[in-house]
Each structure stands twice: as C-alpha cells, then as structure tokens.
Design a protein. Structure first.
Length: 193
C-alpha cells in the first residue's frame, strides 16, 4: 500500500513547488512530476505511474485539474485505477475517495468533473471572444511566424534553392528549417512573383 504523488504544471515557466510541498507533507512514497499541458494525452510520467500502479496503492494529487483534462478523461482514469484495485485522492477535492463504495462519491465525481469541464470551456470561450474583439480593433495579428520572409535561415534556404545545385533535403539540413516550412515559403514566394 504505497502513497504515490502526481504533480503536473502546464508550462516550463510554471513552478510545481507548491504541489510538491503539499504532497510531501502527507508523506508520499513516490512522486511523479511533469511539465506538460493537461490538454494533451501525451503525459509520459502519468503513463509510467499508471503502468506501475499496484493493488492497494493510492494516488494523491493536489486537485483534479492536475491529473485530468476533461470529465471523460477523469472517468477513464478512474476506471483504470479501480481496475487495478487502487485509489485516487485529491487534497483539494476532499469528496473524491475511490476507496469507499459510496454512490455519492460517483455522483459527486460526475458533478465536479462537469464543473471542471465547464470552467475550461468558459475560459476558451472568453479567450475566443477576446481574440475576436482584438481583431475588430486591429490589435490582434495572430501568432508571430517563426519563419517570416526576413528570417536569416529562410533567406539563406531560398538563396540556396535559387542556385539550383542542392536538393530540398540538403538545404533543410544546412539551414535547420523543416521541409514543410520551406515548401510553404516557396509556395508563398511563387504566388507573390
């Protein structure tokens, strides 16, 4: 019966210290941590933790948003944990405790998972509204292109291509530009000329 902690922050510049401290205070035996967006399914440390999970283990998180991406993701994860005879506990969401055969726990998990999903959806909706407003006001230009027409590497790649004595693969290797980016720039160049 091991206590396993799981810590996740969304980006490299976020600090997991608060989560780590809270989990160390309860005396976890193992701590898995990663810096990856919760929106992605590629969470290597979560996969390793789930593969190593044993009967009687309890996974501890500071709150549900650290381990799940959506309500559906929560239910799939809970099914996997229950299937291994293990438990999941959240320090913030104290109602969550899979160790009890309590119909209220499943009900609350459904409601709270839905609330978390609603919160994420509202954030995305407000973000879209903000972008739309900024576009109307002429303040939003979108993401800055990595390989703009004045990018030194892209300029060099185009010069090498125009000389005609190298393959696209060779040019991309020399300039460290992906073939997709090169072909996109080449298409733009041809359309403009």
């Amino acid at each position: 019966m091991r206590k396993i902690g799981y810590v996740r922050v969304s980006s490299v510049d976020q600090n997991p210290s608060r989560q780590i401290m809270q989990l160390e205070e309860i005396g976890v035996d193992f701590l898995f941590q990663e810096k990856v967006s919760g929106a992605t399914q590629d969470r290597p440390q979560l996969k390793i933790m789930m593969a190593d999970l044993q009967k009687g283990d309890t996974i501890f998180v500071t709150d549900l948003t650290r381990i799940t991406r959506s309500t559906r993701d929560l239910f799939e994860l809970v099914d996997q944990i229950k299937g291994k005879g293990a438990n999941l506990k959240s320090l913030k969401d104290t109602w969550l405790d899979l160790s009890e055969d309590n119909p209220y726990s499943q009900f609350l998990m459904t409601v709270m998972g839905g609330v978390n999903q609603l919160e994420r959806d509202l954030i995305r909706m407000r973000q879209r509204e903000g972008i739309d407003l900024a576009k109307k006001e002429g303040k939003y230009t979108g993401r800055v292109k990595k390989y703009h027409k004045n990018h030194a590497g892209m300029k060099h790649a185009m010069e090498l291509y125009e000389k005609g004595n190298m393959t696209v693969k060779q040019i991309c290797e020399i300039t460290n530009i992906s073939p997709a980016s090169f072909y996109r720039r080449l298409r733009e160049h041809r359309e403009n000329n």
